[in-house]
Design a protein around this ligand. Structure first.
Ligand SMILES: Nc1ncnc2c1ncn2[C@@H]1O[C@H](COP(=O)(O)OP(=O)(O)OP(=O)(O)O)[C@@H](O)[C@H]1O
Ligand SMILES: [Mg+2]
Length: 361
């Protein structure tokens, strides 16, 4: 799939602007704080109905304005579609696809698929297990509604159990009800563990290939699932840890304590990887996400790269750009090194200044 025209009105620092994207590689150039990321954010909103930065809807509306609009035109399997987003300072947001208002936000998902790569994603490998679990969950929730449901039920049960453990400190007789929550945790946790294991195995194969290309064949990246407990042992381990959980007031085992390990040529990237290796590995993860979406939906997603080129050396930049030639990409940058510019072909260049497009069309 490809996107064509994007129109934004009273969005962030934009009053009214439009962009007509090429199906190939689009480059958005501008100094800091001019409005580059905001363009990608508006596009991504049309895929996910939220800001990739986690901003509140009303923060997306231009200061002192009441409403913002986003309109994105796209072509999917040779059919044209249009997505309209209407954000209001007070009241619910409105979303329409092909001019039909949607009753539920979830009905938007799948209309257009995008993979967003922001500078903070470069740290997913070296940050904590929570970020790595979030990465895995975000991908799985997009692809698998059953997983999304199981995970949310698991998290609800976990919250209830945590509360109960605190209450038991004051009212020990409540300990009997702990079993109820443990059963729920096993019910929903076991499929979560199994699905994560399967996903990491699939991911590991694809990232090995992607990372190999990015590092010019020098490095072998692999991922391994590090569950807090194996699916088959979850119930027994909960029973065995009951005493310690009561004493500590904490939920000591389960998928909420999982991690994903990454290794390059056998060494743990989390501990021993250089910054460049960690960034390349993170990039490989995003490129793998593209392949996984392709496989699942039978269509290519759109790749949004926010300011990540400057974080990679020239060799890695060039190999990255070579790897995404067949997919529509929008890249933001404050400027490109001459060598990179010479070696890769951009189909369209937009220049942004103070919420206005001053170059490109
Ligand atoms: N609701 C809003 N109304 C008006 N202006 C806003 C609003 N939200 C953010 N801005 C401003 O919009 C500008 C553009 O922000 P954006 O993040 O898109 O810049 P950028 O070009 O990506 O910058 P950088 O290169 O630093 O990442 C910033 O100056 C910001 O302060
Ligand atoms: Mg930015």
């Amino acid at each position: 799939m490809t996107v064509g025209e994007l129109k934004i009105k009273n969005y962030r620092n934009y009053e009214e602007e439009e962009f007509s994207f090429s199906p190939g590689i689009n480059l958005i150039i501008g100094d800091n704080a001019q409005g580059k990321t905001s363009i990608l954010e508006a596009m991504f909103y049309c895929a996910a109905a939220r800001s990739h930065r986690g901003s509140r809807d009303k923060d997306l509306i231009r200061f002192e304005q009441e409403e913002a609009h986003i309109r994105l035109k796209l072509t999917k399997k040779e059919i044209d579609h249009v997505i309209d987003i209407h954000l209001k300072r007070t009241g619910r947001k409105g979303i329409a696809v092909d001019r039909q208002p949607l009753k539920k936000t979830v009905d938007l998902f799948g209309t257009v698929n995008m993979v967003f790569f922001a500078p903070e994603d470069l740290y997913v490998i070296k940050s904590g297990p929570a970020e790595r679990r979030a990465f895995l969950d975000e991908e799985l929730c997009q692809l698998d509604r059953t997983y999304a449901h199981d995970l949310s039920q698991y998290n609800k049960a976990l919250l209830q159990k945590s509360r109960l453990l605190k209450q038991i400190e004051e009212q020990p007789s409540l300990a009997e009800t702990l079993e109820v929550w443990n059963e729920q945790l096993v019910n929903y946790g076991v499929p979560v563990i199994r699905r994560r294991r399967q996903q990491v195995a699939e991911l590991s194969e694809i990232i090995a290939e992607k990372h190999g290309q990015l590092s010019d064949g020098k490095e072998m990246l692999s991922a391994s699932y590090e569950p807090s407990v194996e699916a088959e042992e979850f119930a027994d381990k909960l029973a065995a840890l009951k005493g310690r959980e009561l004493a500590s007031g904490l939920c000591l085992t389960g998928p909420h304590r999982d991690d994903v390990g990454f290794s390059i040529n056998g060494a743990d990237v989390r501990k021993f990887g250089s910054q460049g290796q960690q960034r390349t590995a993170a990039l490989s993860l995003k490129l793998a996400e593209i392949d996984i979406i392709k496989k699942k939906t039978g269509d290519t997603p759109i790749l949004l790269l926010d300011d990540v080129l400057s974080e990679l050396d020239t060799g890695r930049q060039i190999r990255l750009l070579a790897g995404i030639e067949d997919i529509q990409t929008v890249i933001t940058t404050t400027g490109l090194e001459e060598e990179t510019q010479k070696k890769f072909k951009t189909d369209k260049v937009f220049t942004i200044k103070d919420g206005r497009r001053i170059g490109g069309s």
